[in-house]
Structure formats: structure tokens, C-alpha cells
Design a protein around this ligand. Sequence first.
Ligand code: SF4
Ligand code: SF4
Length: 457
Amino acid sequence: MDMKIDAAKVEHMLDEAGGADKQRLDSILDRAESFKGLSPEDVAALLTTDSGPHIERMFKIAGSIKEEIYGERIVMFAPLYVSDYCVNKCRYCGFSCDNKFSRRRLSMDEIKAEAEILERMGHKRLAVEAGEDPVNCPIDYILDAIKTIYSMKADTGEIRRVNVNIAATTGDNYKKLRDVGIGTYILFQETYHEPTYSELHESGPKKDFDYHLTSFDRAMRSGIDDVGGGVLFGLYDWRFEVLGLMLHNRHLDETYGAGFHTISMPRLCPAEGMDMSSYRILSDEDFKRVVATVRIAVPYTGMIISTRESPAMRKELIKLGISQISGGSSVEVGGYAARQAGGEQFELADGRPAIDVLRWLMDESLVPSFCTACYRKGRTGDRFMSLAKSGNIKNVCLPNALMTLCEYMMDYGDDAFRNQAGALIEKNIPKIKNEKMRELTKGSIKRIKNGERDLYV
Ligand code: SF4
Ligand code: SF4
């Protein structure tokens, strides 16, 4: 059966869970400490409590999950916007079809140029982004774009994993995406609250709530193993949205054997010209609580934040369990080439160049990782999830992080960067618990320094 969500039932679940007593909250948090995740019912209780000590404890548990499971590694990615044509009228988005501006989609040569710039920034993992327009941006164009990106090599640089964030589509189109070797298929539900969804999506195919909600069912039935969900926090009540995500995750897990591979955490930020009175903007404190709740509810699901958040907020959120961030991003079609030509300016909350984001992470003793190993080793879908849930995935994450950081420093770092990254790698090698893996990593680091590339476990 496909995913369904009944707004009244979710509201009822939150009402029922509200005011859970100390004993119930203690028991939920005791279970959360075993890092096995929580049921949507448990999550509802945590979302609705106003017990300060329990909220405090949630933050602590989220922090310890982050340390225990993810350690110091943070996976890096970059978005690549290929087309801003869109036939939908979504009130909260600049690409909405009623916004009049000159739209474009990149030619394959322009895509090559963008991919080359990203490769020369050291990126190995991209998210291809496009608005929905079957005429100006059909599926064949997206497939060609993905093939073009995979074929592009700038010296030792290459994109090894292309994730895709495009509109809900048919099972046949998902099969085509699977066949060109996408990593994760990402689609934001935007809001799980159907009345709000209907109000904000004024026209276009995206207006069909059920079709949008059941996209991952079609994708998974078509052989796409890894799917990534998300909502745009601020469109509706955050408690409802987190519970919606958890119910969706449970549906995918029970039906296909694997829940979300990643959950993206974009937050609506006030922007000029936007009537913010109809939105429910989250405070920083509530947003931290959202991140902590999701972290303890699904400890093995990757959590992503974008450059929408400021460096200070990113730092706080990483401590609570964010495992993937973008760096040096452009959210414009053709933005990387335009920036190189001196045109587009960074307009994001975190607009630092990628290398500065890496330096900053390393200053915080975090290990930037360009790892794409799981997908290339066939660790996807239920195979990934069983490894993740058993806790064994961390045995490969740190070695891969260190190897890919070493590759980055050799290819793109200046002397200062190499010194900093080299010291960080040395400091982290002893943290690899398995002796065989530790020795293998040491050997691989040596080989990378001697010119070999693309080593992974
Ligand atoms: Fe923006 Fe996506 Fe809506 Fe198009 S479908 S207007 S790109 S949110
Ligand atoms: Fe992600 Fe797998 Fe690499 Fe770990 S080993 S960082 S889970 S791709």
C-alpha cells in the first residue's frame, strides 16, 4: 500500500501524546540511549513535552549519538542547479511560475563547465536540482545531464555520486533514473499537512498532494534503493512535520525494508517581499530541538543542512547530529561559472568558498569527508540499513573520510591546508578501532600521497 497521511489523525496523535508524564518520558529517553531509534508514538511524546529537564536530556542524547555513530566526519556535497523552468505555482519559492524572470536551462557544454568547476573545488558528490517543466526540462534532459556529469573528469577530479532532486514523476521515469546510476533520489514533501499543502501549491502538477506523497513508493518499486526526504520547516507546525517525517519513514521501512537514507532540514527564512505572516517561522531553539529529535528518532539516517543556515547555526546543528553539509554552493542555474566570471555573488547565509568551509570544519576538529563508498560498494537500500542499524557502518566512515580528505589535500590544498589536514588525519587514525582497518587506512593514505586516487572501503 502507498503512503497516506491523514492530517486529523496526526493532530490527534500529537494531542494524545501531549503532557506525557515523567515516567513515560524517562522510559522513552532510556530507550533512545541505546541508539536503536524511536517509534512515531515516542517521537510524538517528545515533540509535545515542555519538560525542560527532558528536553535538555534529548539534546545530550543527540550529541552522544552524533559522537558515537558519526564521530568527527562530515560529508560534503554541492548542489548543481541545471534548470529553473517551472510550471508550478508554489507560494514560498522564487522559481514559482508566476515570478517573471528570464529562465534558462544549461546546455550539456554548460553542465560540463559547471561540473568541471565543482571538481576543481574538490567535490565528489553532487545533488542535481531542477524545477518541474516537462517541455523545457524533460526527463531525457535530466538523464543526459547526469551522464554528462559522470563522464566529466577534470585532471584527478571526478563526480562519483550524483544525487537527484527533481519533481515527483512516474515509475518509468524512476527506472530511467535508476538505470543511469543515481545515488539518492531526493524529494521534499514541503509540508505533510494537506490543507496547508493545498493552500501553498496554487497550481501545476505539484498541487496533487497524493501523487507527491507517493513518489517514494513509485521510486522504490522501480528499483531506486536510496531515497531522501525533507520538509520545508516553517510552512506548518514543526511538531506536525517531524511526526509526518517519522510516519513516512516507518511506512518506507515496513514496506520496502529501508527508511529514508537522508533527511534534509531546510528552514524557511524571512526574505524580502515575502508575506511572512502566513508562515510559522521556527526560532533557533525550536530548530535545534527538531534536529535533536530527528537524530535520536532515526540515529542512522543521514541529516543534511544547506548553506541557508549561518556558520554559527551550522556549528550548533552539527553537534546535534547533522552529518552532511554543502559548501561553496551556488543556488543559481549556471551559478558556478557566473561566480568564476565575477558575476554572481554569494547570497547565502553561509557563502564561504568550499575550502574555507573545510578549514572551518577542521578548526572545529571535524573531518570533512568526500566519501561516496557505500553506493559504489553496493551498500544501498536495505543492505545499507542493516549495516547502519547494527552500528557497523562507522567502521568504514572514518577510514573513508580520512582517505578522501588526504586526496583533497594533495589535489587542492595549499601548504597551510596540507599541514592542517595532515595533522588531523594523523590524529584520527588511532581512533579507527579495528586494527586491520587502521593498518589498511595507513597504507592507503601512503598510497594516496604517492599519487594513487579513489581508494575506499
Ligand atoms: Fe519551486 Fe519546486 Fe515549486 Fe517549482 S516545484 S516553484 S522549483 S518549489
Ligand atoms: Fe556515507 Fe557510506 Fe561513506 Fe559512511 S562509508 S560516509 S555511510 S558513503
